[in-house]
Design a protein around this ligand. Structure first.
Ligand code: TYM
Length: 330
């Protein structure tokens, strides 16, 4: 069995960035890579690297699972599960910590960024988080890992840890390849377009949540920061705002950036933003309609129970082999 694997942290409701960089891509890849089984999970243990309200964490975990399904994942080759329900992730995570060097973890940009923003109360789990992420992937010998741009460095570390283990023992782990979308792997904040769109953004106007109301979504697009030139063309250095909006447009419609430029030649930002507001709203409205069906459906728990059983079967077998190889236990 060959696997494509990925996860999303339930630190809140996923954003338009998560959707275009990850969820929508999973659906596209599922159609293209029929010979692979898709292992998709809710990374709830990753969420607690920062403090979480228990009730909200539980709700968001379910919501992320329902949003995966609402995005259109095909149940036929899908194993959908909650990370914490497959205990082997944590066990292998610890083994990964025993392989990862402090220096490697210290170089992780996400960790460094968070350290800068949050001087007090940075947890050791935030530091060791990439080791757990490596375990998530290596536990299943995933061949491909579709992620947004911000996770590439974690994937590189995963590849290094797998190779280190393979050299120390014998070839044991598959060294995974990242898969990113060509357009949309880094959607930026609508209010400060040099920053990544992120659930934890201080200004909620810059971030579209997949469960924002449709009028709110349109309003956020129309209020997105642009520039004074009033010409629609792509230049991420000089025109980060408009370039980000073009990226969103392109990743939803499939139109190339050149085609979008041609379409809006001679028109101002108003027309462009009005059209984009409708395009984004229509896309998210479809997801929301299905989301509200899934979140109230008893089938959601059935799918997650089956996912847990199937993922556990692979995980248990891999971990047993690993312990035996390393001389752990009797
Ligand atoms: P998370 O929950 O931060 O993000 C989930 C996915 O969304 C992508 N993403 C974006 N893509 C485009 N534009 C953005 N602004 C944007 N923001 C986020 C992320 O790159 C990611 O693909 N550590 C992971 C979760 C995880 C995981 C794994 C992923 C845990 N274990 C194993 C893959 C394999 C995370 O925090 O993603």
């Amino acid at each position: 069995m060959k696997f494509v694997l990925s996860g999303v942290k339930p630190t809140g409701i996923p954003t338009l960035g998560n959707y275009l960089g990850a969820l929508k891509n999973f659906v596209r890849l599922q159609n293209e890579m029929k010979e692979f089984e898709f292992l998709i999970f809710v990374a709830d243990l990753h969420a607690i690297t920062t403090p979480q309200d228990p009730q909200e964490l539980k709700e968001h975990t379910r919501s992320v699972a329902a949003l995966y399904l609402a995005s259109g994942l095909d149940l036929d080759n899908l194993t959908l599960f909650i990370q914490s329900e497959v205990h082997e992730h944590v066990e292998l995570g610890y083994v990964m910590q025993s392989l990862a060097y402090m220096g490697e973890l210290e170089r992780m940009t996400q960790y460094k960024d968070k350290m800068q923003k949050q001087v007090q109360g940075v947890t050791s789990a935030l530091f060791t988080y990439p080791a757990l992420m490596a375990a998530d992937i290596l536990l299943y010998d995933a061949s491909y890992v579709p992620v947004g741009d911000d996770q590439i460095q974690h994937l590189e570390l995963t590849r290094n840890l797998a190779t280190r283990f393979n050299n120390r023992y014998h070839d044991f782990f598959t060294v995974p390849e990242p898969l990113t979308v060509k357009v949309g792997s880094r959607i930026m904040d609508l209010q400060s377009p040099t920053n990544k769109m992120d659930k934890s953004a201080e200004n909620p106007k810059g971030c579209i949540s997949l469960l924002d109301s449709i009028p709110t979504i349109k309003k956020k697009i129309k209020a997105a920061v642009t520039d004074n030139e009033a010409k629609v063309y792509f230049d991420s250095e000089k025109k980060p705002g408009i370039s980000n909006l073009m990226t969103i447009y392109s990743s939803i419609t499939g139109d190339s950036l050149q085609a979008i430029t041609a379409l809006y030649e001679g028109k101002g930002y108003g027309d462009f933003k009005n059209d984009l507001a409708e395009i984004v709203a229509k896309e998210i409205e479809q997801v929301q309609t299905k989301y509200f069906e899934w979140i109230h459906s008893p089938m959601l728990d059935e799918i997650l129970d089956e996912g847990k059983a199937r993922a556990s079967m692979f995980a248990r077998s891999k971990l047993q082999k690993l312990y035996s190889l390393m001389g752990i236990g009797r």
